[in-house]
Design a protein around this ligand. Structure first.
Ligand SMILES: Cc1cc2nc3c(=O)[nH]c(=O)nc-3n(C[C@H](O)[C@H](O)[C@H](O)COP(=O)(O)OP(=O)(O)OC[C@H]3O[C@@H](n4cnc5c(N)ncnc54)[C@H](O)[C@@H]3O)c2cc1C
Length: 476
C-alpha cells in the first residue's frame, strides 16, 4: 500500500488522489505447538524457506517451497499482468483491458494450462502441481493462508486470490503496511475523496429498503427516518447479500433475483467470531519488539478451520503510538470465522447465561494472548468481549457471518450485477469475494462499468502518466 502496487485498494486510492499515512512492517509471528515460534517475513522468499526448515526441523521444506513457487509462477504472472483498476464488466473492457492481454506472457498461460491450474480452481490444485505434501509445514502454511484470506481452507479457496497474495507478499523487498490511526484513517482518506467531489457521508443512517419502480429499475433507497434518496446513476449496495435479499429488497421483487448474488437460498455461510478487545499497561514491555500481528495454532493435524484451533491477535500500538494513550496499548484477539452462530442464536444478551457463556468462550482468546504477553491479566485496564451476536449487531451482518462460503471448483462468486437495473451488489457477497482488497476491486470494477468508457480510459492514462499504474510501471 505504501508504494504503487497491484493491490486494488492502492489503485482506488491512487485514482482519487488520497492516502492515509502508512507504517510499514515486515514480520508476523505464529505460535505453533511445542512452543515453536514461526517468524513469517515478507519480501524475502529465500529467508522464508530457511524459516520453514528451521521450524519444521526438515531441510526438505526449502525444496518443497521452491517447487510451490514454481508451480504458482504462471498463474501469479497472468493475474499480475492486469491492473485491477482497468477492469469493467461491459464491452468497454475491450478498450481498457485488451492492451494488457497483448502483453501477457503466452508461455505463462501455456504453463498454467499444462499444469491443470485455473484462477477459479481451488488453491489446493497449485499445491498439488507443486508436489507439496499435506504433511509438510509448507502445505499447512498455505492451507492456513487460504483460510485467513476468505474463510475456507486451500481446497475451497479460489487459486487466483492466494496466488496473487503469494506473489505480492514474497516479491523482493515487499512490506506490509498499517494505516496510521487504524482502519478509520483509511476510511477518512476515502471520505476526503468523496467530499472533495461534492459527496456526503451519512452515519447512523439506516437504509430500510431499496426503491424499485414498476419496470424493475432500482431508483434509490428509503431511510429509516422516512426520507427517500434518489439515485442519479445506480445504487451500489454493500449491505450483506442475506440482509439485502430478505430485508431491503421489496417483497414483490424477491423472486426476480434467481441466479444472482441476491439468490441466497442455500448459499453456505462462513461461521462467526469471538472477539476480545483489551486496553493494557505497557510498563516494562518493549512494544516495538513485540510486533503487530500474532497467530496461535493449537494443533497442526486438525483442519485449519477447526473451532478454537487458530487465534488471530493484533496489537496496533506496537506500530502506531496513536492507537492508545501513552503508557498503554490496545489489542484485538479473535477466533477467525470459526465460532458457530447457532449456539448463540436467540440468547438474551442481558441474561446471566449469556454472560457466563461469554466468559467461557473468551477463554481460548485469553490463553492465546497469554502466549504473547504472559502477564496480560495483570496489565489489563479495559476488557470487552464480543460474541457472534455482537458481531451481527454492530457490523449489521446476517448471523454474524464472515461472508458466503462458496467453495472454489464447485460454485464461484456471482457477478455484482443484479437482474434489477441500477442495483449492484458491491460487497463481499459477489466476485471476487471476501477481503478488503477484493471488495475495493469489486466496487472499482462496478464504478468503472457505470462510468463512460472514455472517462475510464482517461483515468488509466492519468495513472500511467503519473507512473502509478502497476504493471505498466514495471514494464519500463
Ligand atoms: C475480525 C475480522 C478480521 C478481518 N481481517 C481482514 C484482513 O486482515 N484483511 C482483509 O482484507 N479483510 C479482512 N476481513 C474481511 C473484511 O473486513 C471484509 O471482507 C470487508 O470489510 C467486507 O466489506 P463489505 O463492504 O462487503 O462489507 P462491510 O465492511 O461489512 O460493510 C457493510 C456496511 O454496510 C452497513 N450496513 C449494513 N446494512 C445497512 C443498512 N440497512 N443501512 C445502513 N448501513 C448498513 C454496515 O454497518 C457496514 O458498515 C476481516 C473481517 C473481520 C470480521
Amino acid at each position: 500500500m505504501s508504494s504503487p502496487s497491484a493491490n486494488p485498494l492502492r489503485q482506488v486510492l491512487d485514482s482519487v488522489g488520497e492516502t492515509p499515512e502508512w507504517l510499514p512492517y515486515r514480520r508476523w509471528k505464529m505460535y505453533l505447538p511445542g512452543d515453536k515460534i514461526f517468524d513469517v517475513g515478507s519480501g524475502d522468499a529465500a529467508s522464508f524457506g530457511r524459516e520453514l526448515c528451521r521450524v519444521s526441523g526438515d531441510e526438505a521444506e526449502a525444496e518443497i517451497w521452491e517447487r510451490l513457487r514454481e508451480a504458482n509462477r504462471p498463474l501469479g504472472e497472468l493475474i499480475a499482468a492486469i491492473p485491477p483498476i482497468a477492469s469493467r464488466a461491459d464491452l468497454g473492457a475491450a478498450q481498457t483491458l485488451l492492451p494488457y492481454f497483448g502483453k501477457m506472457d503466452p508461455l505463462a498461460g501455456l504453463a498454467m494450462v499444462m499444469s491443470g491450474i485455473s484462477p477459479s480452481a481451488p488453491f489446493s490444485e497449485v499445491l498439488k502441481a507443486g508436489g507439496v505434501p499435506d504433511s509438510s509445514l509448507t502445505g499447512w502454511f498455505f492451507d492456513f493462508l487460504a483460510f485467513a484470506l476468505q474463510g475456507l481452507p486451500a481446497s475451497g479457496t479460489q487459486a487466483a486470490g492466494v496466488s496473487f497474495m503469494m506473489r505480492e507478499f514474497f516479491a523482493p523487498g515487499a512490506v506490509m503496511d498499517y494505516p496510521k490511526g487504524g482502519s478509520g484513517a483509511l476510511v477518512d482518506a476515502l471520505l476526503r475523496a468523496v467530499e472533495k467531489r461534492g459527496g456526503e457521508l451519512r452515519l447512523r443512517t439506516r437504509v430500510e429498503g431499496l426503491v424499485v419502480d414498476e419496470t424493475g429499475r432500482c431508483t434509490g433507497v428509503e431511510l429509516k427516518n422516512g426520507e427517500r434518496l434518489d439515485a442519479r446513476l445506480a445504487v451500489l449496495c454493500n449491505a450483506d447479500v442475506w440482509n439485502t435479499a430478505s430485508k431491503l429488497l421489496p417483497k414483490e421483487w424477491r423472486a426476480k433475483v434467481k441466479g444472482s448474488a441476491l439468490d441466497v437460498e442455500g448459499v453456505p455461510l462462513c461461521p462467526s467470531f469471538m472477539h476480545l478487545h483489551l486496553g493494557f499497561r505497557t510498563d516494562g514491555l518493549d512494544l516495538s519488539e513485540l510486533g503487530v500481528h500474532h497467530i496461535t495454532a493449537k494443533d497442526l493435524s486438525l483442519p485449519v478451520d477447526a473451532t478454537d484451533n487458530l487465534v488471530f491477535i493484533s496489537i496496533p500500538s506496537a506500530i502506531d503510538d496513536t492507537a492508545a494513550p501513552k503508557g498503554y496499548a490496545c489489542l484485538h484477539a479473535y477466533l477467525p470465522a470459526t465460532e458457530p452462530y447457532d449456539v448463540w442464536a436467540g440468547m438474551d444478551r442481558r441474561s446471566q447465561e449469556y454472560k457466563r457463556k461469554k466468559e467461557e468462550r473468551a477463554m481460548p482468546l485469553w490463553q492465546a494472548v497469554a502466549q504473547v504477553i504472559p502477564d496480560i491479566r495483570e496489565r489489563v485496564v479495559i476488557e470487552m468481549v464480543g460474541t457472534p451476536l455482537t458481531h451481527e449487531r454492530f457490523l449489521n451482518r446476517h448471523q454474524g457471518t464472515y461472508g458466503p462460503a462458496y467453495r472454489a471448483g464447485q460454485q464461484g462468486y456471482p457477478s455484482p450485477q443484479t437482474p434489477l437495473e441500477g442495483l449492484w451488489c458491491v460487497g463481499e457477497g459477489s466476485f471476487p469475494g471476501i477481503g478488503v482488497p477484493a471488495v475495493a476491486g469489486n466496487a472499482a470494477g462496478v464504478a468503472n462499468t457505470i462510468a463512460p468508457v472514455e472517462m475510464h480510459v482517461r483515468l488509466l492514462d492519468r495513472l500511467r502518466q503519473a507512473d502509478l499504474l502497476v504493471p505498466d510501471r514495471d514494464w519500463k
